[in-house]
Design a binder for this molecule. Sequence first.
Ligand SMILES: [Zn+2]
Length: 362
Amino acid sequence: MENKFSQMYEKVKKYCAIDGISRHEEMVVEEMKKSVLNDNIEYTRDGMGSIIFSQKHKPTEGPIIQIAAHMDEVGFIVQDITEKGQLRLSMIGGIWPLTVIGSKAVVYNEKGEKFFGVFGHTSIHILELEKRNKVPELKDLYVDCGFKSKQEAEDNFVEVGSKVCLSGETFLMNDEFVVGKAMDNRAGVAVLDEVINRVKNVKLNSQVYFVGTVQEEVGTRGAKTSVQQIKPNIAIALDTCASHDTYQCISGTQELSKGAALRIKDMGTLMDPKLINYLVSLAKEHNIPVYKYVAQGGGTDAAELQYGNDGVATITISLPQRYLHSPLGVCSLKDLVAAADLIEKFLLKINQEEFDKYIKYS
Ligand SMILES: [Zn+2]
């Protein structure tokens, strides 16, 4: 495998291994700090926990740019504990329950200690016939950590509100596809990390803020607060999106291996057409695979970023993914590298003159 792909694989692997459901993103923050900080890079935090990296020496001219990748992942917290010690769950973000049933759960107690468990179910042998053809719902979900009673769970500091994370190992398929837990959005975090590292020692002609946002999965909350602090002129949300290239999937244009996907529209945002055109021609100039697409649902941090300042030229650069919000998601390393290449070239080129000429409303 080419170096740039293996390097990206290592980054994704590192970030996917971290547990960070919404409101509990600090372990992702620590890894990002370790990976990107040097003498040229500083950071601030906002009051909800998003981390904002930037170069220490900021140019006085040029547009202000925010590039945001959400750090959080979907999961659960403990809703209550049954008398037999099994954990009933409240969902953080959207999960189709049947994708986790039978898989390994990782529970963190209130001291931060880890317990492994099983997303439990009734064995088929003793399941009532009428239930076999029914899809399980959230109310049917529980985690079994082997506690024999509620008291035993509580003696181990597993309480109402304790975090319950999905688990899945990270591996490579057919030398191109990276598989892992929390691919949404650690793939985006890995690309953001890659871009920061590529440009951190370069003299840029704009003020660029690289943001790991919090709480995207529960309503793009970290984008809402960080954009108020940064007040950008241009915003890029970097996130995974659903690919339509698997058996029996509804038709759609996003596929793995086609490059970085430039989102035109979703439920929360109509992306800036001037910014889209600018990126498309930049991609052509540098032979970077990109394509435009219309999302058939959902939204990203872009939905909040667009309202920063007095209105922001905003786009979502998407990384197509199979099996979102489940224990194992799949992305193509080619798409991740294409996204990093595109953003790097954009940051190297954009300046006040380019912004005024091609992007700003006049
Ligand atoms: Zn996402």
